[in-house]
Design a protein around this ligand. Structure first.
Ligand SMILES: Nc1ncnc2c1ncn2[C@@H]1O[C@H](COP(=O)(O)OP(=O)(O)OP(=O)(O)O)[C@@H](O)[C@H]1O
Length: 342
């Protein structure tokens, strides 16, 4: 955590506000580029909220504004009952931030990083040692505590980063892409840590490009696209936005794949959603998806069309809706999340 967001004291939360985070009409531009174009959020205390969006959607910008690292150009934001513009110290006292701007100093040991944090929070020497030892133990870092943090794996560094954040006992934690670059085991460890934080009463605001992560962890998810919240709700609510799943066509021959992709782009089939969204290339594995409710009528229509267009896929599978479908539908399917296909 950079010193600019270092909690300075513990303040009482505005009892008027049950929301841990709320924003109205939040705006931010860089030059003539509008990054946030009116963002409204309401995040109840004690919940996990995921801000989902493709690269460059503005997720980090939201976190930076809410954690008082940068100021918004317009709109209001309250965090833990404090206005970010008029009471930034109040906000800083209540939050912890980890993620893309990690506070871990690689030159010193994990333990020294923790003790430094304890110092910054004005804990006494003995209290600092005790808190550091407890947190290092909790995050399975006791053995590595005396080693320089630069020798830690990606997962260990993230755990140390969160442990350092917890020294200040934040009520709200911002996790900016907490598992980007982690291997599957470390990712699952991190998810468990996040769940435990919430069980302990902390509100978690996380940004992610991983749909699976939002689906696993979040009580509510907002999809950020083109500077606006394209949709917000529980994972189930978002999935219901897409009435059906999709048919996935997989090809082994790149030229057959390309022919099918271009034919799908132009197609107007009698049955609805194929007409509106066409086939969307979904990954480098030569696969296409066609929105479909899975009804016999739609499947027949798709198969008839494939036959008449002379397209022969090597594999055709039916998928029920998941967050991938929502994401592709809302973000136009052009900018793919890193793990769009499970
Ligand atoms: N200081 C800055 N000056 C100019 N443009 C910026 C600045 N910070 C961010 N941007 C631009 O604002 C947009 C949103 O950036 P941001 O980092 O918030 O996106 P993001 O959703 O977090 O993306 P990613 O997933 O890639 O981290 C991007 O186009 C980025 O280039």
């Amino acid at each position: 955590m950079p010193s600019s967001v270092m909690p300075t004291s513990r303040r009482g939360e505005d009892s008027q506000s049950s929301a841990a985070v709320s924003t109205v009409g939040l705006r931010k531009s860089y030059g003539d580029k509008t990054v946030l174009d009116g963002i409204d959020l309401h995040i109840p205390a004690g919940s996990v909220f995921a801000l989902l969006g493709p690269n460059g959607a503005g997720k980090t910008t939201v976190v930076k504004i809410l954690s008082t690292l940068i100021t918004a150009d317009g709109g209001q934001a309250r965090v833990a009952g404090h206005d970010v513009a008029t009471s930034p110290d109040g906000v800083r006292a209540a939050i912890g931030v980890t993620g893309q701007f990690s506070a871990v100093d690689g030159l010193i040991t994990g333990e020294e990083n923790m003790l430094l944090m304890a110092d910054l929070h004005h804990l006494s020497r003995s209290e600092g040692r005790q808190v550091a030892a407890e947190l290092l133990e909790r995050f399975d870092l006791t053995e590595a505590a005396k080693k320089p943090a630069s020798t830690y794996s990606g997962g260990m560094k993230r755990r140390l980063d969160i442990a350092m954040t917890l020294v200040g006992k934040p009520r709200i934690i911002f996790l900016d892409e907490p598992t980007t670059g982690l291997d599957p085991r470390s990712r699952h460890n991190m998810w468990q840590i996040i769940r435990e934080l919430v069980t302990g009463g902390v509100t978690v605001f996380l940004t992610t490009q991983y749909l699976e992560e939002a689906d696993e962890l979040a009580d509510r998810i907002a999809v950020l696209n083109d500077g606006r919240i394209a949709a917000e709700g529980t994972a189930d609510e978002l999935k219901r936005l897409i009435p059906g799943g999709h048919v996935r066509l997989r090809f082994t021959d790149p030229s057959a794949y390309r022919r099918a992709a271009s034919a799908l782009r132009e197609v107007t089939l009698p049955h609805s959603r194929l007409r509106s969204s066409g086939g969307t290339p979904i990954d480098e594995a030569l696969a296409l998806r066609i929105p479909s409710d899975g009804s016999q009528r739609e499947l027949r229509s798709i198969l008839d069309w494939l036959d008449s267009a002379g397209i022969e896929a090597d594999e055709l599978t039916m998928h029920t809706p998941d967050l991938d479908d929502v994401f592709f539908a809302l973000t136009g399917g052009t900018d793919q999340p890193k793990e769009a296909v499970r």
